[in-house]
Write a protein that binds this ligand. Structure first.
Ligand SMILES: Nc1ncnc2c1ncn2[C@@H]1O[C@H](COP(=O)(O)OP(=O)(O)OP(=O)(O)O)[C@@H](O)[C@H]1O
Ligand SMILES: C[C@H](N)[C@H](N)CCCCCC(=O)O
Ligand SMILES: [Mg+2]
Length: 241
């Protein structure tokens, strides 16, 4: 049974590509689903898609997000732009003779956002300043959408600089940083606790969770390691937002 509450939508970015944006988004969706919320995620630009036997492009990220969503979007809303090359979106688009435009990407996302749900995520592509063409970045898409941002920090050497720079740019771009997630990419990481403590002290947004390394890649056991930003306020305020 689903529960109807206020609608909370977030743009999910990361300190880099491969830091766990899809993994953490899946976890948030699994948590929202388990709590009875209607939820889904959109992956507006998928680069590095495989081609199936019928010649159709397939986005692993989109399929993963769809698996944990309680609302199943049609493909055109779930993953509107699919590109074969596993590289920056502007290069992947040029490879197929296309040029992406932030305004058009936003149009696709808005179509998806018109679907009714109370918990929604939009997963970026790579990090905050990844180009989608030579003038615009994925951050311009987030800016036009005016969505609060969730920053996934892949905990590894170098993440402090990447996280602090990204948070600074998100705020300079005028968007609220709704929270950040420490995602443990490795089972063992020297000074992991110290790195997370540093981020907790230096980032001016709440830590939504410390997601442990999942040796089996399963998210089901981890849904209590993370919170939606809306859970940090009282349940009454949550419904009014
Ligand atoms: N906490 C974790 N435990 C175990 N494996 C993880 C964890 N977080 C991420 N991974 C794995 O790391 C890889 C990269 O994660 P993911 O695909 O979520 O990154 P991403 O930031 O979404 O990348 P992209 O920029 O391509 O969208 C995946 O194989 C994922 O399963
Ligand atoms: C193909 C990859 N998995 C992502 N979807 C796109 C990553 C773009 C990174 C660009 C960069 O920062 O150099
Ligand atoms: Mg991803």
């Amino acid at each position: 049974m689903s529960i109807a509450t206020a609608r909370h939508a977030y743009f999910v970015t990361g300190t880099d590509t491969d830091v766990g944006k899809t993994f953490v988004s899946s976890l948030l969706l699994a948590r929202a689903s388990s709590q009875g919320y209607d939820c889904f995620a959109i992956k507006p630009i998928s680069a590095g898609c495989s081609t199936d036997a019928s010649g159709n492009l397939h986005s692993d990220d989109a399929q993963c997000l769809q698996q944990y969503a309680s609302i199943k979007l049609v493909e055109e809303l779930l993953a509107p732009i699919k590109l074969p090359a596993a590289t920056s979106p502007h290069i992947a688009a040029a490879q197929v003779g296309e040029r992406l435009q932030a305004g058009r990407v936003v149009g696709h996302i808005r179509a998806g956002l018109s679907t009714r749900a109370s918990r929604i995520l939009v997963e970026g592509a790579g990090g905050w300043r990844v180009p989608i063409n030579m003038q615009e970045c994925i951050s311009d898409v987030a800016k036009q959408l005016r969505l609060p941002v969730i920053l996934v920090v892949g905990i590894r050497l170098g993440c402090l600089n990447h996280a602090l720079l990204t948070a600074e740019l998100i705020m300079r771009d005028g968007l609220p940083l709704a929270g950040w997630v420490a995602n443990c990419l490795h089972a063992e990481e020297p000074f992991m606790a110290e790195q997370i403590e540093t981020l907790t002290k230096k980032l001016s947004a709440p830590c939504l969770g410390i997601v442990p390394y999942a040796a089996n890649g399963q998210v089901a056991d981890l849904i209590d390691s993370i919170r939606w930003p809306s859970e940090l306020v009282s349940p009454a305020a949550d419904d009014k937002n």
